[in-house]
Design a protein around this ligand. Structure first.
Ligand code: G3P
Length: 224
């Protein structure tokens, strides 16, 4: 996937579930078409097929489990996610955290299924640990949990967290770093890229906006 990239996290917001997920995905696709920006969509597992069949943007699962085909009731099987049309998966989002043993297995299973992986980290130390895994994710996303869903962006409130994470990850492995939490406008995006990230991970700034398409367009203006 080319960078810089805007990952839109649909979470479990009503405005981004089911038919609303498709509507939002189409708005994102329209912006990607106009702006040529790379946009990826992290949708709920049950919406992966619907969204993948409706738009050509890369679709990510919000989570997969480190399981194989078989007696695993209630788990999210990487192969099923891939077959539904996903290109990748997010792991360890602050709202769905897992320990490192789980993550190492889940990254390996996701790769076996042909999925690109973005692992979230809540701190520099966690990002370093993830970068040191033997099975490495394609992206690491640094998101300070306390700023998620708020009005103050990680770019303005914690620039040093971004630069220090980029440095720390670079020292261990050349994995591109993404950042998110409170990102709302083009300036937040511009700052995040200037601080060394390869993209941003955004939810409420888009999903809760009165005009979602305008919000997406404004964000990708930060790429140029
Ligand atoms: O995954 C991105 C997300 O956690 C950031 O949420 O609402 O602060 O953009 P938000």
């Amino acid at each position: 996937m080319k960078t810089p990239v805007l990952f839109i996290n649909f979470k479990c917001y009503m405005e981004a579930t089911g038919k609303n997920a498709v509507a939002l995905a189409k708005k994102a696709e329209a912006v990607a078409g106009k702006s040529k920006a790379q946009i990826a969509l992290a949708v709920q597992a049950v919406d992966i097929r619907l969204v993948s069949e409706s738009v050509s943007l890369p679709v990510f699962a919000q989570h997969v489990d480190p399981v194989e085909y078989g007696s695993r009731t209630g788990h999210v099987l990487p192969e099923a996610v891939k077959a539904a049309g996903a290109k990748g998966t997010v792991l360890n989002h602050a709202e769905n955290k897992r320990d490192n043993a789980f993550l190492e297995k889940a990254i390996a299973r996701a790769h076996e299924a042909g999925l690109t992986v973005m692992v979230c980290a809540e701190s520099i130390a966690r990002a370093e640990q993830v970068a040191a895994f033997s099975e490495k994710p394609e992206f690491i996303a640094i998101e300070p949990p306390e700023l998620i869903g708020g009005d103050i962006s990680v770019s303005t409130a914690k620039p040093e967290l971004i630069t220090d994470t980029v440095k720390a990850v670079e020292a261990v492995a050349g994995i591109p770093v993404i950042t998110g939490a409170g990102i709302k406008n083009a300036d937040d995006v511009r700052i995040a890229l200037k601080l060394g990230t390869k993209g941003v991970f955004v939810a409420s700034g888009i999903i809760k906006a009165q005009d979602q398409e305008k919000a997406i367009l404004d964000l990708v203006k930060g790429f140029s």
